[in-house]
Design a protein around this ligand. Structure first.
Ligand SMILES: [Mg+2]
Length: 339
């Protein structure tokens, strides 16, 4: 696949810890993603450990762990790492204990600051030395105004994450990145640090917390999960259960190309084939093939249950190897090995 070629990898044997994204990987809104619970349980039986790593700053780790348990996925508070915690860790490395920090966002922001020995405050009167801004459904204009003034006065500003949008029932809503942009516009500059994916603090803290020796990042988004892994040189698995469709995966720019591709989390328990190029533009995995021809990727779908996934793996390899072909996700299927 990407630069870190997949050579017959069985993830559950190859990696000691999987750092899982949540939304689009384990659940979508209130619903469990198909096979997520079963795959995690089976992988655990085989010795794999899991960290649940989320850019969502508004909820506390306790809330996230409780939600996962409700969905039938055993998770303790220690298994959950949020961008609020990573942001508070960034601040704790710079500030003395009990320093006042203007907290903008949901309960997860305040809780993380307290956890790291800082003092969350909600007004400028407390003379905050720093601002931590994470998403919260109840964030108001007053909060953004206070943050803007504090930043202009020189407060150190950490954004938990810059996700531009947030999935909600029926569509998308502005995410934390938009609220950060509002403050940046008023303050005349951007944040001093960003904690969440694809930035390093959240991923680094997750690896430390889980004491991972050979981690695998698992996610559904190219520009957060996969790019975050790539920046730290960590192998990644893209699952097709969330926001990334086939055309988007095939069009992934360098730096956002996953090491491995799978339909869903059962991909942790499946052997991923090597993707071999013949040096003349044809890529093969087991009995599937793909090549770029006349502005489209032409695939031959191989035999068996893996045929379609292997064809997609080859299609990505072919597309990524010819970035100037302007394929735009166009695929022609020559034959199907599906029954
Ligand atoms: Mg996601």
């Amino acid at each position: 696949m990407s630069d870190q070629r997949a050579v017959g990898i069985l993830p559950v044997d190859e990696f000691d810890v999987a750092l899982l994204d949540l939304d689009g990987v384990i659940y979508i809104g209130p619903h469990l993603v198909d096979h997520a619970d079963g795959a995690i349980a089976l992988a655990r039986e085989r010795g794999m450990r899991f960290g649940f790593v989320t850019n969502n700053a508004s909820r506390t780790p306790e809330d996230v762990a409780a939600h996962l348990c409700e969905l039938g996925i055993g998770a303790s508070v220690d298994d959950v790492v949020t961008s609020s915690q990573a942001g508070a860790h960034v601040l704790a490395q710079r500030l003395d204990a009990d320093t006042a920090v203007l907290a903008v966002g949901g309960p997860g922001v305040d809780a993380a600051l307290l956890e790291f020995g800082l003092r969350p405050v909600r007004s400028l009167e407390a003379q905050p030395a720093a601002v931590m801004q994470g998403f919260g459904r109840d964030v108001q204009w007053r909060d953004l105004a206070d943050a803007s003034v504090a930043v202009r006065r020189g407060a150190y500003w950490v954004a938990t994450n810059l996700d531009a949008t947030l999935p909600i029932p029926g569509g998308r809503a502005p995410g934390n990145g938009m609220l950060v942009a509002a403050v940046a516009q008023a303050a005349g500059r951007g944040p001093d640090a960003v904690a969440g994916k694809p930035h390093a603090p959240l991923m680094r803290d997750s690896i430390d917390r889980l004491q991972a020796r050979r981690p695998l990042v698992v996610g559904d988004r190219l520009d957060t999960d996969i790019e975050g892994a790539d920046r730290l040189g960590i192998p990644s698995l893209l699952v097709m259960t969330g926001v990334t469709d086939v055309a988007t995966a095939m069009s992934a720019p360098a730096g956002q190309r996953p090491t491995l591709l799978a339909r869903d989390l059962r991909g942790l328990l499946e052997r991923h084939p090597s993707i071999d190029g013949d040096g003349r533009g044809c890529w093969s995995a087991r009995s599937s093939r793909a090549r770029v021809e006349e502005g489209a990727v032409v695939v031959r779908v191989g035999r068996g249950n893996d045929g379609w996934m292997d064809a997609l793996r080859c299609a990505c390899a072919a597309s990524w190897a010819t970035p100037d072909a302007d394929i735009g996700g166009a695929v022609r299927v020559l034959s199907s090995g599906m029954p």
